[in-house]
Design a protein around this ligand. Structure first.
Ligand code: ADP
Ligand code: MG
Length: 287
């Protein structure tokens, strides 16, 4: 049988916009000393601004146009941001054969040409020689018919309360805080530094995030739990693998929400502090 206080805990949590899918998850959270975060959309706003455009052999406007069109059907934060930066509605009239590759980018036929948009690794896999000289921020590269057409630099911003949330978690006994991202090392380093997170892993494909988490789980002390917090479609397998899977955000993907043990109903990372607090109270742990 389950002590009554568990139900109080779940009820109290739900009134704070924290959905706990079973009483054992509050107990698990109270024993959590490691929290692994996905970066984009979880610790950062996930709305990138285009800060720099570096076209090769075409105009800035054309580079933005083909990138925005190739990204027409993608719901990835980078795709949304490229469409916003284009500032015009995209038209699907001249767009065919669109594919998206998780953790890589997109490929599409636009105006009779093969457009490839994505990170350095993805374009290199397609045999495109890219200019990787500029390492700051998140670079998205573009190729037309296999020929390099330049890059766009995207800048994300950390959520306003993320720094406080990280500091507060450490204060509450979560001594290991880790950030995972598919983004490139320079962008990851800058965000981690801003947040006060000293352990992070970058350039991870969705399956690499699962392996990174498995390694972290193997390092855990007996009886101590490791939670993962993410929001995206690609995060569902990692959410499922963690001792405690937490989905976050009003925009969280259905797959992430489905896979999670705990769902935080808004985008504020301080919601995790509330959840930890409720779990400690429920388990009568005093900090
Ligand atoms: P994260 O949420 O950690 O940033 P993702 O797996 O969603 O990780 O994406 C990893 C990287 O893959 C992105 O930083 C970007 O470089 C590239 N990428 C993924 N999807 C797209 C897309 N639709 N368009 C361009 N690049 C993409
Ligand atoms: Mg993500």
């Amino acid at each position: 049988s389950v002590p009554l206080s568990f139900f109080g805990g779940i009820g109290g949590a739900s009134r704070s916009g924290i959905l706990v899918k079973g009483s054992s998850y509050l107990e698990a959270l109270s024993k959590t000393d490691t929290i692994v975060f996905d970066k984009t959309g979880t610790l950062t706003n996930g709305s990138f601004s285009v800060t720099d455009i570096h076209p090769i052999g075409i105009s800035e406007r054309d580079l933005l146009e083909i990138a925005a069109h190739a990204e027409t059907y993608s719901s990835h934060p980078i795709a949304v941001s490229l469409r916003v930066a284009y500032q015009q509605p995209v038209s699907t009239d001249n767009l065919t054969d669109v594919s998206e590759y998780a953790g890589h980018g997109v490929s599409a036929m636009y105006l009779g040409r093969r457009i490839t948009v994505g990170n350095a690794g993805y374009l290199q896999e397609q045999g495109v020689t890219i200019d990787d000289g500029s390492k700051e921020g998140s670079l998205i590269h573009v190729a037309i018919d296999g020929r390099y057409a330049g890059w766009l630099r995207l800048a994300d911003t950390i959520k306003p309360t993320a720094v406080q949330a990280v500091a507060e978690l450490k204060r509450r006994g979560i001594h290991r805080i880790i950030m995972l991202t598919g983004d490139a090392p320079p962008a990851a380093a800058a965000i981690a530094r801003e947040l006060g997170i000293d352990e992070y892993y970058a350039s991870l494909l969705p399956q690499d995030k699962v392996s990174a988490l498995e390694k972290i789980l193997a390092e855990q002390q007996v009886g101590r739990m490791a939670a993962f917090v993410g929001d995206g479609i690609n995060d569902a397998p990692v959410i499922m693998r963690a001792d405690l899977g937490i989905a976050m955000g009003s925009l969280g993907s259905d797959a992430a929400i489905e896979a999670a043990d705990i769902v935080l109903m808004d985008d504020d990372p301080m919601k995790i502090i509330s959840a930890v607090h409720i779990s400690h109270k429920t388990m009568h742990i005093v900090f």
